[in-house]
Design a protein around this ligand. Structure first.
Ligand SMILES: [Mn+2]
Length: 580
């Protein structure tokens, strides 16, 4: 609320100023318009070798003509409804692929989608000698039509001189239509589409690194296997890399619905966001800070971002390999986006998000495949092991502690040997994490402040019932419940920090007259209302002046007047050490 209030005040001030300057602005504007017109005349458009894009009065040099309008299922990015008698096919494919392939199969691979870019994006002129790119698409048991729609959209919407190839990398799929049918299908594209296959399952991370090694383009662009690229998507990604080869560029993602294939923006129109993280290493996004807004002359220009979501980005191929590609010790999936982001920033590169490059992506309902053999050798949750590898390599000690405060069990996980990673960090003369926090990710702590230590963590057992407080696997906001203690942590792993906040994962516990609730933590705060009395073992809510109690009949959790001898109000924290 305070933030909004501040902004309102600022808006008022800014508008008053603006009003005073309107006549002056008008003068300046008409002058600069004249200049634009002169600059964009074809004769003196740009000096050769100039690597900076320029905003022109007419359409930009790679702006394609409007696509002819088409009618049919899903055209224009509209939702496609199946007939009632197809419901079974839809359900079956949804459980097999995590998306409605029965629906996708009926939509043209060349369908049109809405141009969701800022209007200004049509007016950028890019250097004509941009580097060429390999678009790398890794897949494992992907649906045929979503995979091929990704390829079609790239072929249809990329200036051919910049598309060296589309490199399909099969991570050991066993679905029948990804075998000879796929090989036969891509023959129509000649050498523009190349297919290589892993001899065994390697996981997304290693398969991507392989794709990078085998690619022929100067730039590599990674796309998920269920994307549709939008109008003029590639030149804006290539241009900043052409300017500075240590740049990663990231397109803005639009959502494609996994059951209807409707395409719609994820982000509010005209708003810019950038990738950050919280201390448990969950990926988050934040409004573009004003410092970054001010650093650019135009709203549609690329801007700096501390990190990226992971799926879609472009990089100079050799630079990616110089950075050691992805840490080969990372398994399957998870944390690789942070590894690459920290590595780039701390070792002298930069990450730019590019508003004029937009790519649609199908967000799956769930992950339809398991990690198979890949997970067998590892003890404990793979993703947290990956996070631990990344933070042990790139965080300073102070920041490592925040991660272990937020994920206490991570201390006991074996993250393997990181000698090579530390050597690389040394060799490339990489900066500290503190430098990264101060200069690049300076907006993280406003949302996710530095964490005070846990006073207690573990399962929270009620003395009377001997059962444990549990989120019951339901996402916040919800009521907390009680269930038999299982000692594995997860939904029963509760932390009490030195500032009175009770946390479960990234969520917090609060209470009101209805009961004890799992809620979204207040952004920017690590404080909470709770106090644990070591002697009487009650959990006291300092604002409501009441204690957490279990109802002996219903197991319902509520706040009651404190009664320290009542065992239904007595709690014990016990650290858990699961044997994975
Ligand atoms: Mn995806």
């Amino acid at each position: 609320m305070r933030v909004i209030q501040l902004r309102k005040n600022r808006v008022v001030k800014v508008s008053v100023c603006a009003l005073m300057f309107v006549p002056l602005l008008y003068l300046l504007y008409s002058k600069s318009n004249e200049k634009f017109l002169r600059e964009s005349s074809p004769l003196q458009r740009r000096a050769s070798g100039d690597r900076t894009p320029i905003l022109v009065d007419g359409y930009g040099n790679f702006e394609p003509p409007d696509e002819p309008e088409r009618t049919g299922p899903g055209e224009g990015g509209k939702r496609h409804e199946l007939r009632p008698d197809q419901e079974n096919d839809a359900k079956e494919s949804l459980s097999k692929y995590g998306m409605n392939m029965a629906c996708s199969d009926e939509i043209s691979l060349d369908r049109t989608i809405p141009d969701l870019r800022l209007p200004e994006c049509k007016h950028w002129d890019y250097p004509t000698d941009l580097p060429d790119a390999s678009v790398i698409i890794v897949f494992h048991n992907e649906g045929f039509s979503t995979l091929m729609r990704t390829v079609h959209s790239v072929i249809n919407r990329t200036p051919p001189q910049f598309l060296k190839e589309v490199l399909l990398v099969d991570d050991f799929s066993d679905k029948e239509d990804l075998k000879s049918k796929l090989e036969n299908y891509i023959e129509r594209f000649g050498s523009k589409v190349r297919l290589i296959r892993n001899d065994e399952r390697e996981g997304l991370i290693r398969t991507r690194s392989r794709g990078a090694r085998e690619a022929h383009g100067e730039v590599i662009v990674f796309l998920d296997a269920h994307c549709e690229v939008n109008k003029n998507w590639l030149p804006p990604l290539l241009s900043p890399i052409y300017n500075d080869r240590t740049t990663m560029t990231v397109p803005i993602i639009d959502g494609i619905d996994h059951s209807t294939f409707e395409m719609r923006p994820v982000y509010e129109e005209g708003h810019h966001f950038r990738g950050i993280f919280e201390w448990g290493m969950l990926y988050k996004e934040n409004d573009l800070p004003s410092r970054e807004v001010r650093a650019r002359a135009h709203h549609s220009e690329p801007y700096k971002s501390p990190t990226h979501a992971g799926g879609l980005f472009a990089m100079n191929r050799e630079y990616f390999l110089e950075l050691g590609a992805y840490d080969p010790g990372l398994l399957v999936w998870g944390g690789e986006n942070f590894e690459l982001s920290f590595k780039i920033w701390q070792c002298g590169g930069r990450i730019l998000w590019v508003p004029c490059s937009r790519v649609g992506h199908v967000y799956r309902g769930f992950m339809p495949y398991n990690f198979g053999k890949l997970a067998q050798k590892k003890k404990g949750p793979l993703i947290v092991i990956n996070y631990k590898r990344v933070i042990e390599t790139w965080f300073d000690d102070k920041y490592k502690e925040y991660f272990y405060t937020r994920e206490p069990l991570a201390r006991f996980l074996d993250h393997g040997d990181i000698t090579e990673q530390l050597k690389l960090k040394e060799k490339l003369n990489c900066k500290s994490f503190q430098w990264f926090m101060d200069n690049i990710a300076y907006d993280v702590t406003a949302k996710f402040p530095e964490l005070p230590p846990n006073i207690h963590w573990g399962e929270l057992r009620n003395i009377a019932t001997q059962s444990c407080m549990d989120t019951m696997g339901v996402a916040a906001p919800t009521m907390m419940g009680m269930s038999p203690c299982h000692g594995f942590g997860n939904n029963q792993l509760i932390r009490l920090n030195a500032k009175g906040q009770l946390g479960v994962g990234e969520r917090c516990i609060d209470a009101d007259s209805l009961g004890v609730k799992l809620v979204f933590c207040k952004l920017g705060s690590v404080h909470g209302p709770w106090q644990y009395d070591e002697k009487t073992k009650v959990l006291y809510h300092q604002l409501k002046r009441k204690c957490i109690a279990v109802d002996p009949q219903t197991n319902h959790l509520s706040l009651l007047s404190c009664d320290p001898v009542n065992t239904y109000q007595q709690w014990q924290f016990k650290e858990v050490h699961p044997r994975w």
